[in-house]
Design a protein around this ligand. Structure first.
Ligand code: SER
Length: 876
């Protein structure tokens, strides 16, 4: 086999399939536009809607080299020759175009003719009932029958990715490495053996079925081909190395690691594990950050966090005492950015984010390991660590459970993962509850009964704020009733309602429900089971019966103010992405009439400039008075339009899109202004941290914004009046005042010192004699801390041989004191012990060395008692 570099192999593959009529596409993002999936786990993921038959293909033949992430086997990465988190997958795809014959023939042609793999080293497998593929391999390609394996669903069936979707039987090609180190029966070893000798390098999936949640299959509209060839494995095979990490893909990265830690790859098996973990993980880290993931405690962010932390831990196993990732990441960027230019584009971000996360973990890693070691010091092999300990390590020291597992595995100890998961879920639940408990209980059986007599409520509040309706049902205290009276708090139900129910961060509408003999205030509105709108009201006047007509009237002032904030939230989201980058993702929001709050993923506080810039961009869109357009689309269509969607949200088949010119486009069911001009003004009032990796912005719009600015102005005007100077001189004046205060403070200290010195002289002249030595006791008041210390120093100097006890009473009725014992007397007195005893009298604490101690207490009144007992205290 001729030697080919990884670069050459990648290019040869794509060019080969181009020559077979395929359109070459660059790799899609690691973050799929697919709510079913967290990451792009295979080359077919970007084309899933086409395989599924939901979207028509523009090209029926496509070829790619797709970046992928899989983390289900993360514990094995480093321990085997072929496990990775990040990897590349070569693919050729046919959407209702060619099928089995061509896919098999071209695979064979590429491997044997282009890469010149020796035919005798290749084996194949087919799905057990797929005679067609078997015959193609046997008769068209000429593979001997004993080298065509037949496997079941476990091995030769692929998909769906996610709970439902396209899937099908597959046919695989294996490369015989000849390495029989781990095999019991080398003579008879085949791809059915899991010793590692045979490596699957190519997988052709005949994607012709759709699988539902229960695994029921139905034919897809087209028969498709999805080929995935593991790039790292092919490179290793062509370059005649058994271990993927020995291929040229990892060469420079591993050299960098060797240099960083002064280690050698291939000399020690434990060291090799750590080298491979780091080599693998740095690629994942660089690519994930480049595609917009930032470390957090949720979903994708947590995967990245785990990967960084695992890399850091293995760095410490190689002897690292501080951050080391930057240089190695640099090598990844340098090595791979000609194929993946996003690495170079996002280079600063990659280094910055990984550094912050790395430093954060380093600061607790050592303590966590120490804690773990203490706990398991009397554990034996085969013991199980309680899940609560694993949880404590996670919660206090940031140890992802797989790190705890890995550390323990080295010692033969297991982790109670079930208990760990339970504790994790409990914590999540508590966090959710803390976010705001929903007051009604949707699972209340009364709603089930209600849904039998009432159909879906039509929400007409996008267009109308006031309508007349017939009252359909009343619920009071979990019972369906016919009539409700003044003073009661009940839920009212109608066929149509203009009242917006709380969702998507937007608060519910307030308003009234009235007729000429009845009036109720609407305090809360909730959607029950996504269908029925419940109006929580307090009846202020009269009574009401089902069947009566009433007017439902939304409070327009509050609604309009809320709409300003909602549209401004979309503008803010878009501006954040423009200024900070596409890693910004919504992590929660509150949209009310008085203000808006937007939480988003970002790794550091925003600078003043960034905030101004964001405010400027949003206000610019407001001043442009752009119409806000909303429309309804199928989810598939909307997805192709680059709409900002929330990964965690579940969307129905039809989605509502809110579009603000070219500036912003989001899935949203909320209510909005019809023109951005209505917002008037957008003013950020705070920027803060919510949790690690999540920031919060609070802002005001409309009159609230104006009121805020006016409030600031009022304060400034008052200050200017107080200081009796014009506004533009305030800053200068305050600087002057602060300067004066500083000078005065110095002056006070100086005077205090002088005064203290005078007192000292008197004290030194009148010492007590205890155990035959001079003991000077002084009580001073309100000294600055350093003056106190300094005075004690001067005192002992003047005294030469002796003991000094200097009390300092302050205005809060506390007393602090310093004890000094001259060196030659340490055999008679111990400053620390004296301090402890005195502090005991004074109801406080403290201590120190034989010559110097500091302490204090709150019982100033006991001071006299201390002085009276001094001889006893010092004699003891
Ligand atoms: N989707 C299949 C795989 O990931 C082939 O591309 O193996």
């Amino acid at each position: 086999m001729k030697y080919l570099s990884s670069h050459e192999i990648r290019e040869m593959f794509l060019a080969f399939f181009e020559s077979k009529g395929h359109k070459r596409f660059p790799s899609a993002s690691l973050i799929p536009n697919d709510p079913q999936l967290m990451f792009t786990v295979a080359g077919m993921v970007p084309f899933k809607p086409i395989f599924w038959g939901k979207v028509e293909p523009t090209y029926t033949r496509i070829t790619t080299c797709q970046k992928c992430i899989r983390t289900n086997d993360i514990e094995n990465v480093g321990r085997t020759p072929r496990h990775h988190t990040f990897f590349e997958m070569l693919g050729n795809f046919s959407f209702g175009d060619y099928f089995k014959e061509e896919a098999i023939e071209w695979a064979w042609e590429f491997l044997t003719k282009e890469l010149e793999m020796p035919i005798e080293k290749l084996w194949v497998s087919v799905y057990e009932t797929d005679e067609e593929s078997f015959n193609i391999w046997k008769y068209k390609i000429g593979v001997p029958e004993n080298k065509i394996m037949k496997f079941g669903k476990e091995d030769n069936w692929w998909g769906p990715v996610g709970p439902t979707g396209p899937c099908g039987p597959c046919s695989e090609i294996y490369f015989d490495t000849g390495n029989s180190k781990n095999c019991q029966d080398h003579e008879n070893c085949t791809p059915a053996c899991d010793c590692g000798r045979f490596v699957e390098i190519w997988n052709i999936v005949f994607t012709e079925y759709y699988s539902d949640e229960n695994g029921n299959l139905s034919p897809l509209p087209r028969k498709n081909i999805d080929t995935g060839a593991g790039f790292e494995r092919i490179c290793a095979a062509v370059q005649d190395v058994y271990d993927n990490f020995k291929s040229d893909l990892f060469k420079e990265i591993i050299e960098k690691i060797e240099k960083t830690f002064s280690v050698k790859f291939g000399e020690d098996s434990n060291t090799d594990v750590s080298i491979k973990v780091i080599a693998d993980h740095v690629r994942a880290i660089a690519f994930l950050i480049a595609d917009g993931v930032i470390p957090s405690n949720e979903a994708r962010g947590y995967v990245l966090r785990r990967i960084i932390r695992r890399a850091v831990r293995h760095g410490t196993l190689l002897g690292s005492k501080g951050p080391f990732l930057k240089d190695i990441l640099e090598t990844v960027i340098w090595k791979m950015s000609d194929v993946y230019p996003e690495l170079l584009e996002k280079r600063d971000l990659i280094e910055k984010i990984s550094k912050i996360e790395e430093e954060k973990f380093f600061s607790t890693l050592e303590k966590g390991v120490e804690r773990l070691n203490t706990i398991i010091s009397n554990f034996d092999k085969g013991n199980t660590l309680p899940g609560s300990v694993a949880f404590e390590l996670y919660d206090t020291y940031g140890f992802p459970v797989d790190i705890t597992k890995e550390i323990l595995e080295e010692k033969g100890i297991k982790v109670n993962e079930k208990e760990f998961e339970e504790l994790m879920n409990k914590q999540k639940e508590m966090a959710r509850e803390a976010l705001g408990k929903v007051e009604y209980d949707e699972s209340n059986p009364v709603y089930k009964r209600l849904s039998k007599i009432l159909s879906k409520t039509e929400f007409i509040g996008y267009e109308a704020l006031r309508i007349e309706e017939e009252l359909k049902a009343i619920i009071n205290n979990g019972n369906i009733i016919n009539e409700a009276f003044e003073g009661e708090e009940v839920e009212l139900f109608f066929a149509r309602s203009p009242f917006y129910s709380e969702k998507g961060g937007q608060v519910s509408d307030k308003g009234v429900i009235v007729n000429d003999k009845f009036m109720a205030e609407v305090n809360d509105v909730q959607m029950i089971s996504g269908e029925i709108i419940s109006h929580f009201v307090k009846i202020k006047k009269g009574s009401i019966k089902t069947g009566e007509k009433v007017v439902l009237e939304v409070n327009e002032t509050l609604r309009k103010a809320t709409e300003k904030n909602h549209t401004a939230t979309h503008l803010l989201h878009a501006a954040l992405r423009k200024i900070l980058g596409n890693h910004v993702k919504q992590a929660g929001s509150y949209v009310g009439p008085e203000r808006l709050r937007f939480d988003f993923s970002h790794f550091e506080p925003l600078s003043r400039e960034q905030m101004y810039h964001i405010e400027y961009l949003v206000n610019e869109q407001i001043q442009k008075a752009i119409p806000v357009v909303t429309y309804v689309k199928s989810l598939e269509e909307a997805r192709n339009m680059d709409v900002v969607a929330l990964f965690e949200e579940k969307y129905g088949d039809v989605v509502r899109v809110v579009e603000i010119g070219d500036f912003s486009r989001e899935f949203c069911g909320g209510t909005h202004v019809s023109n951005t001009g209505e917002i008037g003004i957008f003013k950020i009032i705070s920027e803060s941290s919510v949790s690690s990796g999540v920031r919060r912005i609070e802002a005001l719009t409309g009159m609230e914004g104006l009121n805020f600015v006016n409030g600031l102005q009022d304060t400034i005007v008052k200050i200017s009046q107080m200081l009796d100077i014009p506004i533009y001189k305030i800053q200068e004046k305050i600087e002057d005042i602060l300067q004066i205060l500083k000078t005065q403070e110095k002056e006070i200290k100086k005077l205090q010192s002088q005064l203290a010195t005078k007192t000292i002289e008197k004290l030194v002249d009148n010492p007590k004699i205890i155990k035959g030595e001079k003991v000077v006791v002084g009580i001073l008041e309100n000294l600055e801390k350093d003056v106190h210390a300094n005075t004690a120093d001067v005192l002992i100097q003047k005294l030469g041989r002796g003991v000094v006890i200097l009390f300092n009473k302050n205005e809060e009725n506390n007393v602090s004191f310093i004890v000094k014992v001259s060196k030659e007397l340490t055999n008679k007195f111990h400053a620390g012990n004296i301090a402890k005893k005195i502090a005991f009298y004074l109801g406080g604490g403290g201590g120190g060395s034989p010559t110097f101690a500091q302490a204090g207490g709150k019982k100033v009144k006991k001071l006299e008692e201390v002085i009276d007992n001094l001889e006893n205290i010092l004699e003891e």
